[in-house]
Write a protein that binds this ligand. Structure first.
Ligand code: AMP
Length: 399
């Protein structure tokens, strides 16, 4: 196979002025992951020890009602993940929480489990969960339904691309949980169908993404409408300047729970792909996808237009492929995602924003067809593979 194993030292010596900042950042990411793996090899387990799944303890260590524990075990979760160990007890005793964690760490269950428990104990509790993308909101909603099965807990999903009238109808039933994306939440507030003053429990999920997408003003507006006495949970992979702006006005005396990014990427073999003179990128991609081990492949590109063009070409060449990006409506995006999840297609092509937070099992390869715009995007992208302690491969085209 025409791939190169990445050797950081060698690459850095060869670094030339042509290298873009993104290439440099990519190399840093790969090096930082390799450092973690190296330190493990040399027996320096300490730094990463705390990050691994705690196999000794089960969910019984938390003060949860038996019905909630039963739903957790029915879902097949045996032991809490590090972010859950840190978050669940804090939420149970009523603290605000800042969770610094990515998708893949079990952060959704970290906030859902104690909130479901809280609502089960008191059906007057109302919870608002705000997520940056429709796909993420759908996933949170699905997970909520499994944790609250048979507990008489009602929920509404407020996302664009779906009937607003139906959502207005659901809100009239005063659901315990309301999960939504900023755009639709704002519409429903303006139509006077949704009143944030009743939500004494609020979760902002993937706050850094919300800021990236440009929802910062909407989020500040929502916070201004929330009751001043409330329990606030804030999740973000990183806390940058703008994210901090939201954070300050949101939480009070918070507990901070954090999981290092390396944890998500240490199961991932990272390689770069350089093209030979005259070789076309699409032909190389074609060669890779034609190999047996490329069973479930996520391909990332930078623009909606580029991703669609590449998808059309792969389909023309006989690959089972579909795309998700901002020019697709909600039904098309969900359909493509479901086909990929159910192994009806081999390749899912996506832009960064469309793919944010996606939880798909058994992705064998992530291919960065275009370089990610930032180190953070790179980590987010490759974190789609190598999940739940499975091995994954991330390949990045470097031109
Ligand atoms: P998240 O970080 O919330 O996107 O979760 C990533 C994946 O891990 C999801 O498929 C969860 O269902 C799964 N998960 C979360 N917590 C646990 C756990 N304690 N044990 C096993 N799987 C889990």
């Amino acid at each position: 196979m025409l791939r190169q194993r990445f050797n950081p030292q060698k690459k850095f010596r060869r670094k030339t002025v042509q290298k873009s900042l993104a290439t440099h950042e990519l190399m840093q990411a790969i090096r930082s992951v390799e450092r973690v793996v190296d330190s493990k090899k040399h027996g320096e387990e300490k730094a990463v020890e705390d990050q691994s799944f705690n196999r000794q303890s089960s969910f019984d260590i938390f003060d949860l009602t038996p019905q909630v524990l039963e739903n957790i075990s029915y879902k097949g979760y045996e032991s809490p993940t590090p972010i859950q160990i840190q978050t669940i007890p804090a939420v149970i005793i009523g603290k605000d929480v800042i969770g610094i964690a990515n998708t893949g760490t079990g952060k959704t269950a970290a906030f859902l489990i104690p909130l479901v428990d809280k609502v089960f104990r008191n059906k007057f509790e109302r919870v608002l969960i705000v997520a940056p993308t429709r796909e993420l909101a759908v996933q949170i909603h699905e997970e909520l339904r499994s944790f609250s099965k048979g507990l008489g807990i009602h929920s509404a999903l407020l996302i664009g691309g779906m009937s607003i009238n139906r959502q207005i109808g659901e809100l009239k039933l005063n659901p315990n949980f309301v999960i939504g994306t900023p755009g639709r939440i704002k519409d429903l507030i303006q139509q006077r169908s949704l009143f944030l003053s009743v939500f004494k429990n609020v979760v902002l999920d993937e706050a850094d993404r919300m800021v990236d997408i440009g929802f910062i003003q909407d989020i500040k507006y929502f916070i201004s409408l929330l009751p001043p006495v409330r329990q606030s949970l804030f999740f973000s992979a990183t806390i940058s300047g703008k994210v901090n702006e939201i954070l300050q006005g949101f939480v009070r005396n918070p507990v901070t729970a954090s999981v290092k990014q390396q944890e998500m990427v240490e199961n991932i073999e990272q390689e770069i792909i350089t093209l030979k003179p005259g070789e076309s990128k699409i032909d190389r991609l074609h060669d890779l996808l034609a190999q047996d081990e490329f069973k479930k492949v996520l391909v990332f590109g930078r623009t909606k237009w580029g991703i669609q063009k590449l998808t059309n070409e792969l389909v023309r060449r006989g690959f089972r492929a579909a795309a998700i990006h901002g020019n697709k409506n909600q039904n098309q995006r969900q359909k493509a995602l479901n086909m990929f999840k159910n192994d009806e297609i081999q390749v899912l092509l996506a832009t960064d924003v469309a793919s944010r937070g996606l939880d798909i099992e058994d992705v064998t390869h992530v291919i960065n067809y275009d370089m990610p715009a930032s180190l953070e995007d790179y980590i987010h992208r490759i974190g789609r593979t190598g999940r739940a302690n499975k091995k994954g491969v991330a390949l990045t085209f470097v031109s």
